[in-house]
Write a protein that binds this ligand. Structure first.
Ligand code: SF4
Ligand code: SF4
Length: 136
């Protein structure tokens, strides 16, 4: 059965220039639509893809990506900010590939704009105060 899925891919620096995504088309007959592509300040590539193809080919394609060293995440994960824990240190702001974390120039608080978030998970790893959370 043909289905569409949305996933977030994290490419370590050494994989950013490799034609890994092309293999999804060639070897697994999957078609893709790039919804977002960013290289963050740590030179990690973040790609949000919509993949279309047979269910079994999705499974094989994702296995291939993981084997190559790409971290694969479903886009359905839900991110939120715990205002009680956030100390507005701004560490997360330059790391967010979609500008979903910004500093409010009036209150000087760091604000999370949920609509812009692609659930890449970078802020979760970066926040020293564990103020960013993910729900599955
Ligand atoms: S890194 Fe954590 S504590 Fe610092 S501004 Fe971002 S969410 Fe708040
Ligand atoms: S998970 Fe964090 S770093 Fe990634 S897009 Fe959302 S707010 Fe930005």
């Amino acid at each position: 059965m043909i289905e569409k899925i949305r996933i977030v891919l994290h490419f370590p620096r050494e994989l950013v220039d490799k034609p890994i995504i092309c293999k999804l088309v060639k070897d697994f007959s999957l078609t893709f639509n790039i919804l977002k592509a960013e290289v963050n300040p740590k030179e990690e590539g973040v790609l949000v893809l919509e993949l279309e193809g047979e269910e079994e080919e999705h499974r094989r394609g994702i296995e291939y990506l993981k084997k190559e060293g790409v971290v694969v995440q479903p886009l359905s994960q839900d991110i939120s900010m715990d205002r009680e824990k956030c100390v507005d240190c701004t560490v997360c702001i330059p790391l967010c590939p979609t500008n979903a974390l910004i500093k409010d120039s009036r209150t000087y608080e760091v604000e999370f704009i949920k609509e812009k978030c692609i659930a890449c998970g970078i802020c979760l790893r970066a926040c020293p105060y564990k103020a960013m959370k993910i729900f599955f």
